[in-house]
Design a protein around this ligand. Structure first.
Ligand SMILES: [Zn+2]
Ligand SMILES: [Zn+2]
Length: 134
């Protein structure tokens, strides 16, 4: 599936070829901090399935407890996270941050990972009062 995306300020635009079956939510504490939110939702591209159309990404390398290093890219102007990927020259899969995709409503999560660090209130989110903001 082909998607298009952009950061919040519009400096970064991209297109990507993604697998709509590979939409995931990650509840790990690194994703909570790096996303500034309760969890991170991502969609995986096919190998080398990401194309930057405008702008220049900035990258921060996250080192996991296992020692694995993963560059996390973001817009240098507005800070929107765009994707993470692997290091090196081999073909890459890009883990695109779902909220930057214009087709995000069509990309429905199929899997949740690192659930042991999930915020406990998420399992009962529908009980939180809802108000429309204008
Ligand atoms: Zn931006
Ligand atoms: Zn994570």
């Amino acid at each position: 599936m082909r998607i298009e995306g952009r950061c919040h300020c519009g400096f970064i635009t991209y297109e990507a070829e993604v697998d709509p079956e590979k939409v995931m939510i990650c509840h790990c504490t690194d994703c909570q901090t790096l996303s500034g939110s309760a969890f991170r939702s991502v969609v995986l591209t096919r190998e080398n399935g990401f194309k930057l159309l405008s702008g220049t990404l900035k990258s921060y390398v996250k080192t996991a407890e296992s020692g694995a290093r993963r560059p996390q890219t973001f817009c240098p102007e507005c800070g929107s996270p765009i994707y993470s990927t692997s290091e090196g020259d081999s073909p890459k899969v890009y883990s695109i941050r779902l909220g930057t995709s214009l087709q995000r409503r069509e990309l429905v999560p199929r899997l949740q990972i690192w659930c042991r660090s999930a915020q406990p209130w998420l399992s009962d989110l529908n009980s939180v009062p809802q108000v429309e903001m204008h």
